[in-house]
Design a protein around this ligand. Structure first.
Ligand code: DC
Length: 220
């Protein structure tokens, strides 16, 4: 029972999915946060891939949604730390590893049967949940996405320039959309939403409207 939003970095998927979850009182799953938590372990393993895999398979990941998406590894709350530029700059490389994708996909499949979820990511509609009841693909032009991400990071007290954010987004988009395993791509049956054309409230209402309709038709 799942609604998915895929799209490139900074397209507004996470904040929109969160707002829809709050509005409709459904669960929210941030798949990027799970890749970010795995990246934390990669950095802790000093970027040694064998050591990283050993650590990853031994670690216990848990997550839940309560106002925000919280993620823990071995009971350590990583919710804030996974947003640092250091993690952002490595996460696409880690997420391109097939073993990591399999690990994260299993976590997500285990979580969702119990409730109605809205989840955001890159490959949810194409690879992870191809039978999702509602699928959206969110895009926005690169400068709009970089401006949004920059403001978000400044609000969190992270000192970074607009140019660094812009370059990071370009770099990640390239890795995410050209990787071999499940690249970022619009699913054929996904509704395309260009968020450069809408206000935040409008895009939340468009998606919430589709989801309400699916709930009424008992699809969810
Ligand atoms: O949404 P985000 O920026 O927090 O995602 C972090 C990275 O994780 C992103 O650069 C690509 C990767 N990712 C992915 O490959 N597949 C997903 N379903 C979600 C995120």
């Amino acid at each position: 029972m799942i609604v998915v939003i895929d799209g490139p970095a900074g397209s507004g998927k996470s904040s929109t999915a969160l707002a829809v979850a709050q509005k409709l009182k459904i669960q929210y799953l941030d798949s990027g946060a799970l890749y970010r938590a795995a990246t934390h372990l990669f950095l802790k393993s000093e970027e040694s891939v064998p050591l990283f895999f050993e650590t990853l398979y031994k670690s216990h990941f848990s997550f839940y949604f309560e106002d925000e998406f919280k993620v823990f590894v071995d009971d350590l709350d990583l919710t804030q730390i996974i947003r640092t530029p250091e993690i952002s700059s490595k996460v696409s490389t880690v997420a391109a590893m097939a073993e990591v994708r399999e690990f994260v996909n299993k976590l997500m499949h285990k979580a969702i049967p119990s409730d109605i979820y809205i989840a955001d990511g890159r490959d949810l509609g194409t690879a992870v949940f191809p039978n999702a009841e509602c699928k959206f693909f969110m895009v926005a032009n690169p400068s709009t996405r970089a401006k949004r991400r920059h403001l978000e990071l400044l609000a969190k007290g992270i000192d970074i320039s607009y140019q660094e954010v812009y370059d990071d987004i370009q770099h990640r988009d390239k890795i995410d959309s050209t990787r071999e395993k499940d690249p970022l791509k619009q699913a054929e049956d996904a509704v395309l939403i260009d968020t450069s054309e809408y206000s935040f409230d409008e895009q939340v209402e468009i998606i919430a409207g589709h989801v309400r309709e699916a709930i009424q038709q008992n699809k969810l």
